[in-house]
Design a protein around this ligand. Structure first.
Ligand code: SAM
Length: 327
């Protein structure tokens, strides 16, 4: 075991975001508005490759893995993947980001397999708005799924809501009412520009500053950030069981706290969500005997990680939409 991955800017990386598939069954207006279309016959990482990959990262001191996509729950072998990732020595947290479509039916199985945390994407509490944004009238089921997650006692239950000008930017009071009795973290994510969503971004991007002011006026206060926490600024209030998080990738110094690396569903290491190159790890995932070479490739390539993304200059790198890399 090494002391952990540290880059030239002194940032540490306890956290891997691993995409299991590029496919998604939703048509979110800012991500895949026309639905997922496979490019050829993609062949995503298989169970054994995933085990080898996660074992190498764990050897480098990584202890938190988030399964994402595309929609990770579309993988039929998801319970086996969760079980295998959670049994890798050194892995303490196995989280998943999902659109929640299968939560009510499958969450107990995922939990039993070793899932410790879940983030569910829900851009609006209003059923009609939710339908308009995602293409699916399933807000009710997702709310049921979230309550189930609380009942099953996962370590962390969060909601991701992308903040969209003129679509859902007036829902803070409704979310506050939701959080009064539920230990859920609702995180507003500023809309990010990607290769495919330029016009949409111009229409709907909104800075989260006004939301933060609204929270502070209502008595919510900011709390200190944990070492393996995401980039969210977190706000709590003594009268509420839940909390709010604000993820503002366009804010100053956002990348200073970067603590994660990504691997795509095709096995490319991505050092930044908006980087312009990937590092192929798949050739080193074919045999257990390649472990030392794999660990070496990950550790040396980290040297290429830049201080920050180029989103302010409109540079979206290789990312046409977040489903392609694992958002
Ligand atoms: N399918 C899963 C889901 O719906 O959560 C996981 C993948 S999805 C790409 C991960 C997260 O990225 C979701 O919360 C989604 O809302 C967010 N997302 C996608 N495109 C985005 C964008 N352009 N800006 C900000 N967040 C985005």
């Amino acid at each position: 075991m090494t002391a952990g991955l540290t880059d030239v800017y002194g940032r540490r990386f306890p956290y891997l975001r691993l995409s299991l598939t590029e496919a998604c069954n939703y048509r979110c207006s800012y991500c895949l508005p026309d639905g997922y279309r496979a490019d050829g016959r993609p062949h995503f990482l298989e169970g054994e490759e995933i085990r080898r990959l996660v074992s190498a990262f764990a050897e480098l001191g990584m202890y938190k893995v988030r399964l994402t996509g595309g929609e990770p729950s579309l993988r039929k072998d998801l319970p086996a993947i969760i079980a295998s990732v959670s049994s890798v020595p050194g892995i303490r947290k196995v989280a998943m980001t999902t659109n929640g479509c299968l939560l009510p039916r499958r969450l107990p199985t995922w939990r039993e397999a070793g899932l410790t945390a879940i983030n569910v994407s829900m851009d609006s509490l209003d059923r009609h708005r939710f339908h308009a944004i995602t293409g699916h009238d399933r807000a009710g089921e997702i709310l049921q799924g979230l309550d189930l997650a609380l009942t099953l006692g996962l370590d962390s239950v969060k909601v991701n809501a992308v903040l969209l000008r003129d679509c859902n930017d007036d829902e803070l009071p409704a979310w506050m009412a939701y959080l009064r009795t539920r230990a859920v973290g609702v995180r507003f994510i500023e809309l990010m520009r990607t290769g495919d969503n330029q016009a949409y971004f111009e229409r709907h991007h909104l800075r989260a500053d006004a939301l933060i002011e609204q929270l502070q006026r209502a008595g919510w206060s900011e709390r200190a950030r944990r070492a393996d926490a995401g980039p969210a600024r977190e706000f709590t209030h003594p009268d509420y069981r839940g909390s709010f998080g604000i993820i503002a990738p366009y804010s100053k110094n956002f990348c200073h706290g970067c603590n994660r690396l990504r691997v795509t569903a095709r096995g490319d290491l991505r050092l930044c969500l908006f980087g312009d190159f990937g590092i192929a790890l798949r050739p080193l995932l074919q045999a257990d005997g390649d472990r030392a070479a794999l660990v070496h490739r990950i550790a040396t390539q980290l040297g290429l990680k830049e201080a920050g993304h180029g989103l302010h200059q409109g540079m979206t790198g290789l990312t046409p939409h977040l489903a392609s890399i694992g958002g």
